[in-house]
Design a protein around this ligand. Structure first.
Ligand SMILES: Nc1ncnc2c1ncn2[C@@H]1O[C@H](COP(=O)(O)OP(=O)(O)OP(=O)(O)O)[C@@H](O)[C@H]1O
Length: 345
């Protein structure tokens, strides 16, 4: 625990057809046993079915409610209110419940983002400043950029392609080194001071409309980009600003699982996603094990979050979402291996 510092890994099981293969132990909150089916190794050998045992900081069983998840996460939001930087990442294959866990801002049972916003609006004396961007194929786009009249016209003429058109209209952003501090910094990102929960909901909906989505085998409306929501909190008493980054990562499925009818564009998307997820794992692992070199520059995501992640008191949570559907067990095991590697020294 001491070695890991401020890094935590939680897992959440999504209800599914193969639930009997998963056993989240009650009593020891971070224990998860998974019955891995018999399989073939990459070099063609038969591997017998076996039970694999994983240990994390917390495992949410498939009947955990959104409020149960927030109960375990709200301490981090409180830390941001107290002046610390906080990063929360939702990781998992397409359809495993990342967006449900993080957002669900229009549903009856809201996720972490709307609940965190509500807590911050209630507890913080100054208006939080919200920004939202997506990283698609290693390009950064501002999801709250004002939409031009031209792209609005395009949207109404072509409702079927609305999301891709609006995302294409959003300006690309560049990361530059701040000459004063020598740290990477985003230039030109829109930031909106939030006045109420309803105001925040409107902005989240606007961002949702701008997201790049594409059809994949695993989930027809799968999101192929990372979405980074940042709330900047100014602290008048200390004249400082802390930030909380809530990141809904793109689906992590392996290329081999994706199916042969994928287009070249979709394969490129998945390669870009996987490269950036590996970069994130390597950076978090290097941070957790206090390495002297942290490979932030290996992806836009880690480079963008470098300032927050490397601050002495940054608190980081990787929230891994697992599908329990029988056909997804190999992919869920990959997610569990990824999550374990973040904590390995
Ligand atoms: N814990 C849960 N309980 C009930 N339904 C859930 C749960 N988690 C996810 N779902 C449902 O499963 C579906 C897929 O979830 P979601 O869109 O959150 O997946 P995702 O991991 O964000 O996928 P993508 O990578 O495509 O964005 C949604 O219909 C969602 O409402």
């Amino acid at each position: 625990m001491t070695l890991r510092g401020n890094m935590r890994v939680f897992c959440r099981l999504r209800p599914g057809t193969g639930a009997d293969a998963f056993n989240a132990q009650t009593g020891t909150v971070g224990d998860l046993r998974v019955r891995a089916p018999a399989s073939k190794t990459v070099d063609g050998r038969d591997e017998a079915a076996k039970v694999l045992h994983f240990k994390f900081d917390y495992v949410f069983p498939d009947d955990a409610r959104q409020c149960d998840v927030f109960d375990e996460v709200q301490g981090l939001v409180q830390s941001a209110l107290d002046g610390h930087n906080v990063c929360i990442f939702a990781y998992g294959q397409t359809g495993s419940g990342k967006t449900h866990t993080m957002s669900n801002h229009t549903g009856a049972d809201p996720g972490i983002i709307p609940r965190a916003l509500e807590l911050i609006l209630r507890e913080h004396s100054q208006k939080p400043r919200l920004s939202l961007l997506e990283i698609y194929n290693e390009e950064l786009r501002d999801l709250l950029a004002p939409v031009s009249a031209d792209s609005q016209g395009k949207r109404s003429r072509n409702a079927g392609k609305r999301k891709a058109a609006s995302s294409a209209a959003a300006p690309k952003l560049r990361i530059r080194i701040d000459p004063k501090r020598g740290k990477p910094q985003l230039q030109g990102l829109s930031e909106v001071a939030i006045s109420s929960a309803a105001h925040a909901r409107d902005l989240l909906q606007r961002a949702e409309d701008s997201r790049m989505v594409a059809r994949t085998n695993a989930n027809e409306r799968s999101s192929r980009s990372h979405v980074v929501l940042t709330l900047a909190l100014d602290h008048a008493d200390s004249n400082t600003t802390s930030s909380i980054h809530l990141v809904d990562l793109a689906g992590s499925e392996r290329i081999a699982h994706a199916g042969s009818d994928r287009s070249a564009k979709q394969l490129k998307e998945q390669c870009s996603i996987n490269t950036s997820l590996v970069a994130l794992k390597n950076a978090l692992r290097a941070l957790a094990t206090q390495q002297t070199h942290i490979p932030f520059r290996d992806s836009k995501l880690t480079y963008l979050l470098q300032d927050a992640l490397e601050s002495q008191t940054c608190k980081t949570l990787m929230l891994c979402n697992l599908s329990q559907d029988s056909e997804n067990i190999p992919e869920s095991l990959n997610t569990l291996r990824f999550a374990s590697q973040v904590l390995q020294n």
